[in-house]
Design a protein around this ligand. Structure first.
Ligand code: ZN
Length: 126
């Protein structure tokens, strides 16, 4: 009897491994029933959550992948990265449209901060 491991199974295993490792090393949890995160007119669903204790109890903030952060801050999913996040971003692999992708996870508080900056600049520039 031979066990057949499909590409799909391997991928699911791999993503589970990535999630386990992320939790072990950084206390970030991949979640299936995330909260809705809205900034301005754009909303995304939380996919990762920070359960680390940064010194004041469990954080519990939504963590946003690059694409989500970009969408919330600049209204598009590419060509954007947070410049000075307060919390060090955690790198994970996620499944994207074109396969596995490395992405940073940003705390919502950092993303909101950039969002406000962009809004202020827009106002200042008319
Ligand atoms: Zn945190």
């Amino acid at each position: 009897m031979t066990a057949t491991l499909t590409f799909n199974d391997a991928l699911i295993d791999h993503l589970a491994y990535v999630a386990d490792k992320a939790y072990e090393e950084h206390r970030v949890r991949r979640i299936a029933d995330g909260r809705l995160v809205q900034l301005g007119h754009v909303a995304v669903i939380e996919q990762w959550r920070c359960e680390a204790d940064h010194g004041w109890g469990q954080c519990d903030e939504p963590l946003l992948i690059n694409e989500q952060a970009a969408l919330l801050v600049v209204g598009r999913t590419w060509d954007y990265a947070l410049e000075q996040p307060t919390m060090p971003p955690v790198w994970v692999q996620v499944m994207a449209h074109d396969g596995l992708q490395e992405t940073e996870l940003y705390h919502l508080s950092d993303v909101s901060q950039d969002f406000r900056k962009v809004q202020q600049n827009r106002k200042a520039n008319g």
